[in-house]
Design a protein around this ligand. Structure first.
Ligand SMILES: Nc1ncnc2c1ncn2[C@@H]1O[C@H](COP(=O)(O)OP(=O)(O)O)[C@@H](O)[C@H]1O
Ligand SMILES: [Mg+2]
Length: 268
């Protein structure tokens, strides 16, 4: 049986910033594949290159060297980047940065329809927005007439997820999408990401510093350290038999993860 073309295929992918003494290798020779409909988490401490890597997948950052293929084609093939963004969408760490402060939330959610080849009617747009809001546990009247600054960080992150629900991209890059929400909404967002994967059979790249979160939602985990992938494998393999001291440190930093891990490990 022929194997399916991977969604992403990176070979020695590298991104360098600056020159001379200011030279910084943000992503250093990363080689990996991400399959269609796979959930892969990229985990590592702050500054290890997660966002730069995510931005290359989104075509918002250009590799300095190496190769990145999307569905078999070089990602920088002379296509209109908007073609890429119709298929690959992002949820970022800072939801306020993704919304314009001067327009209402609802009007900006409706802006998503501009990426549709044939935009739905105004009435259908309103209905689709309401459905997306309910999917992320927001009652439509609660955001009626409101601007981004009138919502909490957690609510804004859910607005980004509502936007994803409207756009239904085939591939989602989520860069620390739970960084601004409390533990309770965090569980909700994780559940929601899993729902997206199941209902829309999406490919999801989930970026986080929290290996505990990655454990619950991933098919595979990549551990990133100083721009290099130092370990990769299934959540069980990576958490129960870590081979890298970086992974052991990440596990030690997460008390809740430890609990889950200890519960799963048979006592001797
Ligand atoms: N535009 C830029 N110019 C210079 N250095 C950058 C730029 N973007 C990121 N970096 C550096 O690259 C490294 C990785 O950054 P980043 O991917 O944002 O880390 P994180 O894992 O926290 O998301 C950091 O040292 C950061 O300072
Ligand atoms: Mg980051």
């Amino acid at each position: 049986m022929p194997t399916e073309t991977p969604c992403f295929e990176a070979t020695h992918l590298t991104r360098v910033f600056g020159h001379g003494r200011k030279r910084k290798i943000a992503v250093d020779g990363a080689t990996f594949t991400i399959g269609e409909r796979e959930i892969v988490s990229i985990v590592g401490e702050s500054g290890c290159g997660k966002t730069v890597l995510a931005k290359m997948l989104l075509r918002l950052e250009t590799p300095s060297s190496g190769e990145l293929r999307f569905r078999g084609q070089p990602i920088d093939a002379a296509r209109d980047p908007r073609d890429h963004w119709r298929v690959v969408q992002a949820v970022f760490q800072d939801p306020y940065g993704a919304f314009n402060q001067f327009f209402t939330i609802r009007s900006q959610l409706k802006d998503a329809f501009r990426l549709f080849p044939v935009p739905p009617s105004t009435q259908d747009q309103d209905e689709l927005v309401d459905r997306a809001l309910l999917a992320v546990n927001i009652r439509p009247p609660d955001i009626e007439g409101k601007y981004p600054f009138e919502l909490s960080g957690g609510q804004m992150q859910r607005m980004l997820l509502a936007r994803i629900f409207i756009l239904r991209p085939q591939v989602l890059i989520a860069d620390e999408p739970t960084s601004m929400v409390d533990a309770c909404s965090r569980a909700g967002i994780l559940e929601y990401l899993l729902k997206l994967k199941q209902e829309l059979s999406m490919t999801i790249v989930f970026v986080t510093h929290d290996i505990g979160l990655a454990y619950y939602i991933s098919d595979r985990i990549f551990i990133l350290h100083e721009g290099k992938i130092v370990e990769s494998g299934t959540p069980d393999a990576v958490t129960q038999h870590p081979t890298s001291p970086v992974t052991r440190q990440l596990l030690a930093d997460i008390p809740s993860m430890h609990r889950a891990w200890i519960q799963r490990t048979p006592h001797t």
